[in-house]
Design a protein around this ligand. Structure first.
Ligand SMILES: Cc1ncc(C[n+]2csc(CCOP(=O)(O)OP(=O)(O)O)c2C)c(N)n1
Ligand SMILES: [Mg+2]
Length: 326
């Protein structure tokens, strides 16, 4: 069993991940943010459980619903929120926004709005780790919708052939935009696909941070010792709409949303720690208030940060071609 300090740290991280989504939603609603949001509320146990089981030298690649992964891997909150707000101090100097950033300093390969787009990147990073003989393990986060993209299958096939140290973490929140999984996939468990590529596939409770932690720890140990890839299907649910402008209802029954809110990953760990005598409701509230207050302060600083200057617009351009209008 995980020790209490570790579990408390994961609880705090999950609160932070949720608080961040709520802050972004507030900024989006009052039009202080460029682009849209893709709330991670409800899925916090996956980012936190996975990243808590990794070593700091391990790498992750993420997708559009990616702020939770960044935070759990150790992103600086000010730099992260600046990027979400298109500010110069952001990870991509304000040019990428919420869906396009990366920083190898803390093992974040990057995220993208192209569904399935970072799965081959993560697979390539795992190939690099293997060729260099390093001990790095790479995690590729993606959704259930992305699992049907061709490039995901191609990547997993090569990871099987080359026995790469990669963990494919599929966050099965049961919808891809408004399309439910049962309308888009003929199998009950996506994890059966692991066998098709010659590696282990497992379906786990993605709302139990301890289960996610333990499954990741085992998959990472296997990857590090040359045992190859793992496909971890984490069953979960997004509480909110697909993006900021989507109420999330209509295509999802209200009772279904409510039932999943009862399986809240934060509530689950909190109640467990209280039942074991390691936490009180008051202490939980105090930690939570502190996290929200710290985030408020960081967001205020980020809102006041400068936008990118026109003079540096070309700094991040690495290739250009002349266009002929003949
Ligand atoms: C290649 C590509 N196709 C389609 C889209 C439009 N799109 C954006 S998010 C999304 C659904 C993704 O669903 P899933 O992979 O389950 O992730 P979730 O949003 O549920 O976290 C789609 C189809 C896109 N961004 N990129
Ligand atoms: Mg999905």
């Amino acid at each position: 069993m995980l020790d209490t300090a570790k579990r408390k740290a994961m609880l705090r991280q999950m609160i932070l991940v949720r608080a961040f989504e709520e802050k972004l939603d507030e900024l989006y609603q009052r039009k202080a943010m460029f682009g849209s949001t893709h709330s991670y509320r409800g899925q916090e146990a996956i980012a936190v459980g996975v990243c808590s089981a990794l070593q700091s030298t391990d790498l992750i690649a993420s997708y559009h619903r990616g702020t939770g992964h960044l935070i759990a891997k150790g992103a600086d909150l000010y730099t992260l929120i600046c990027e979400c707000l298109g500010r110069q101090d952001g990870y991509s100097k304000g040019r990428g926004g919420k869906m396009h950033m990366g920083d190898m300093a803390f093992g974040f390969i990057g995220n993208t709005g192209t569904v399935g787009g970072t799965v081959p990147t993560a697979t390539g990073a795992a190939l690099s780790a293997k060729v260099r003989g390093s001990q790095e393990v790479v995690v590729s986060f993606f959704g259930d919708g992305a699992a049907n993209q061709g490039v995901v299958h191609e990547s997993m096939n090569l990871a099987g052939v080359w026995k790469l140290p990669v963990i494919y973490v599929c966050e099965n929140n049961q919808y891809a935009m408004t399309v439910s999984l049962e309308k888009s996939v003929a199998v009950k468990q996506l994890s059966v696909r692991g066998a098709a590529y010659g590696f282990e596939g497992k379906t786990i409770d993605g709302n139990d941070v301890e289960v996610v932690y333990e499954a990741t720890e085992a998959a990472a140990a296997k990857g590090r010792s040359g045992g190859g890839a793992t496909f971890l299907e984490c069953i979960t649910y997004r509480w909110d709409g697909h993006f900021g402008g989507d109420p999330g209802t209509g295509y999802r029954p209200k009772e279904e949303i409510e039932a999943w809110k009862q399986k809240c990953p934060i509530k689950r760990l909190k109640e467990k720690l209280i039942a074991e005598g390691h936490l009180t409701e008051q202490k939980f509230q105090k930690t939570s208030d502190k996290v929200y207050a710290e985030l408020d302060a960081v967001a205020k600083r980020a809102e006041a940060a400068p936008l990118p200057k026109k003079e540096v617009d070309l700094d991040a351009i690495y290739a250009a071609s002349e266009v002929s209008h003949g």
